[in-house]
Design a protein around this ligand. Structure first.
Ligand code: UDP
Length: 313
């Protein structure tokens, strides 16, 4: 039987590299396409000896000439709020022009596609927890707008291609995910706190730390992504993926201090503009359609991530 082939756009990034690895383990031929803006060759160096893995250096915002594949995964966008300030145009175009290029490529080769959207489409949510039918509360002109609004328009494009071209494209809204291969200087809360703890510096809690997030370990997310691609009847649909275990940022800081055994304390810094005050996915749809359950509990996931960062420092 001919093996399945997949292309992962953003395949050398944090989530993308874990997805490439998992697809290879499942027997796929995998093409990793990346411009190595935020992704790194180190993230995929352990995969390059596989005869079923090919790396293509290219930018999805530019015209693409890619091999035919069965499945396309679009994970090619920076996702750290720190980068929203530095690369707003590049981010906005990766999720709009880049999404359009990949959708055309999917139509050309009659491939299935999965678009990685985000909980950021809900903005600072007025509904809690957030389910897929909530339309969100996004500041389109604010500091997060380049990411939030381009993901929203990316989703609109997927629906348009599904309607117009009958393309089988599925969307996942990814909630806060963490794990090995995040950059130490990524700027997001888990790598920041772990790096600070390992260096013995105070953990920088923004605001009073009462804002909440629900943290998903990367292996749980990858299982959800693969299930979404495989499930029947999801063409044109959207599904939340993440973990329902909601914590305050203050609690996260205390947990990391406890697990790492650091002498670090906590200092407070100003809360960034438009920082969402609460976030937790409603995973009913994923549970019902994909039989999705998270397996890695927060402390366990943080321990594994800490081990990774210990080797990086
Ligand atoms: N945060 C923090 N200290 C940091 C980095 C982030 O208190 O060093 C807070 C941030 O203000 C937000 C939460 O942690 O409320 C999650 O931030 P992150 O950038 O990881 O992702 P977001 O969910 O905001 O996109």
């Amino acid at each position: 039987m001919k093996s399945q082939s997949a292309l992962v756009a953003g395949g050398s990034g944090f989530v993308g590299s874990h997805l490439c690895e998992s697809l290879l383990n499942d027997g796929y031929d995998v093409f990793c396409i990346d411009n190595f803006g935020s992704g790194s060759r180190e993230n995929i160096s352990h995969l390059t000896s596989s005869g079923n893995f090919e790396v293509i250096e290219a930018d999805i915002r530019e015209p693409l000439d890619l091999p035919p594949v069965d499945e396309i995964y679009h994970l090619a966008s920076r996702a750290s709020p720190k980068d929203f300030q530095k690369y707003p145009v590049r981010i906005a175009l990766a999720n709009t022009k880049g999404t359009r290029n990949l959708l055309d490529y999917a139509v050309e080769h009659d491939a299935k596609m999965l678009f990685a959207s985000t909980s950021e489409v809900y903005g600072d949510p007025e509904v809690h927890p957030q389910n897929e039918s909530y339309n969100g509360n996004v500041n389109i002109r604010g500091p997060r707008g380049c990411y939030d609004e381009s993901k929203r328009f990316g989703e609109t494009l997927t629906v348009a291609y599904n309607n117009k071209h009958d393309l089988d494209v599925r969307t996942v809204r990814i909630f806060n995910t963490y794990g090995p291969r995040m950059h130490m200087d990524d700027g997001r809360v888990v790598p920041n706190f772990i790096t600070q703890a390992l260096k013995g510096e105070d953990l920088t809690v923004y605001g009073d730390g009462s804002q909440t997030r629900s943290f998903c370990y990367v292996s749980d997310l990858i299982r959800g992504i693969e299930k979404t691609m495989q499930a029947d009847g999801l063409a044109g649909e959207v599904i939340n993926l993440g973990n329902e275990d909601e914590r305050t940022i203050h609690e996260l800081a205390e947990t990391i201090i406890d697990i790492s055994g650091t002498e670090s304390g906590i200092t407070h810094e100003p809360l960034p503009e438009d920082d969402p005050s609460r976030r937790r996915p409603d995973l009913s749809k994923a549970r019902q359609i994909l039989d999705y359950e998270t397996e890695v509990e927060l402390r366990e996931g943080l321990r594994k991530t800490l081990e990774y960062f210990e080797d990086q420092i």
